[in-house]
Ligand binder design. Sequence first.
Ligand code: NAP
Length: 490
Amino acid sequence: MSAAKRIVVAGAGPAGILMGIRLLERGYTNFTIYEKQDDLGGTWLRNRYPGNACDVPALNYSFSFQPNIKATHTYEGGRQLQAYFRELAESHGVDDYIIYNTEVVDATWDGVCWRITTGNGTTEEVDVFISAVGRLHRPRIPDFPGMDSFRGLITHSTFWDDSYQLEGKRLGVIGSGSTGVQIVTQASKEVAHLDFFQRTPQWVLPIENEEISEEIRQRLAEDPEFVQQSFNDLEVWLEEITNAVVDSESAEALKRNQDCYDALATVKDPVLRAKLTPDYAVGCKRLVMSGEFYRQVQQPNVEVITERIERIEPEGIRTADGVLHELDVIILATGFYADSYLRPMTVTGQDGKTLDDIWAKEYMNYKSVALPYMPNLFLINGPFSPGGSVSVLMIIESHVNYIMQLIDRVATENVAIAPDWHRSETLLRQVQHIAMQTVWYTGGCTSWYLDSRTGVPIVNPMSLEQLRADMKAPIFDDFVITPLPRAALR
Ligand code: NAP
């Protein structure tokens, strides 16, 4: 084992970039961020499907220390968001620490350090390993019979090549989550015909994407107090949405529900409206947000198809009623394996315990950021991270600040830190108990919020305020702290 002390971060999306910023701020320079793609930005680099945008207001979909005051619209597109993260990484010098086209495929704890292996075949020993791989990155690709026989283009939304021209094409979109709805809303303006294959309708919360006036942008650029006030106001609004999830009888929930019902009522044709009407509670699935979807889905070039997909044929999609829907292009907006977390990476910790061992029955974790038997391995946005509408960037900020405190302890005392199993289990039971009172569990639907094996939520209904309080400082008594036979980290 070499004497060099190292930190490796997997992933150069928003979480990896912030981790890099904080490491540099605290004087840790011996680190590398491995990124499997050829550029930074994570989800905003990868996802380029038509209509790709963030349904959290841009000012809040940015880190609190650098609000995105350059946004031109309330809700920004994916490319603009990637530009924000690029600027962030470059202005803090983090881009110098990223190695691209390199995926961490295995991490093994040898009792003293982590042995990190990449897909390029390199292996190195590091003191701290941080996963910043994101939650929605492993595409769920359905296995329809005959999929390979399709003569046109068929692709998952996350692999969409945005140089492809949709104009004049017959497009099929499978899936009605946030992605499918964004695609239908935008692509329906471009294609000759769009068949929207909807297995389960979604509740849609109407939001208006307004242009931010030149005057407001000027004020944001010049007046930090105005920025802070605008940021805080939006945070209050997002908090209301989260409260609606936590308490389905609350005034916020009732208002949110009514907004969804009113939006659906704008669909004039009763047959189409019936097709688009969910039979489960509002908020059970992650709310889809769009001010335009219902208008677009009523356009003459759009058809909503609720018949089961039987197979894919060279000419298109055959539904169970025997109809062949002829298509040039099919986009699978079928979501992600949200419970894969670090996987397919393999991880082996103390006593030879693997990630699959630890997660054999449920997603054991400690406050979403650490795992028993996995010393000095820290997760950003791990299992049971908050759901609702807490901006993922606020989750990342809280997690990174917490992890920095763990790293400081590792560095100053030269120790291995892993959460105690029993303490982790106790906290997990508490979170599960609260999560099982929410509409995610009681609302009569399935979604990626639930553990696919048990049906129990894998997200935490905590508010932003609770998250910040909970993650303010580690309770070191909850951890097993073991001295290491090596010098301090920095
Ligand atoms: P998703 O919410 O999991 O939706 C997947 C859709 O595909 C569902 O409608 C599902 O139907 C359908 N589907 C899956 N397998 C199918 C099959 N074999 N046959 C027919 N239909 C099938 O995935 P997503 O839309 O990609 O969104 C995932 C999450 O990403 C969102 O909830 C959100 O958190 C995030 N996201 C955020 C934004 C944003 O603006 N911030 C944008 C896009 C995505 P069932 O409902 O019947 O399973």
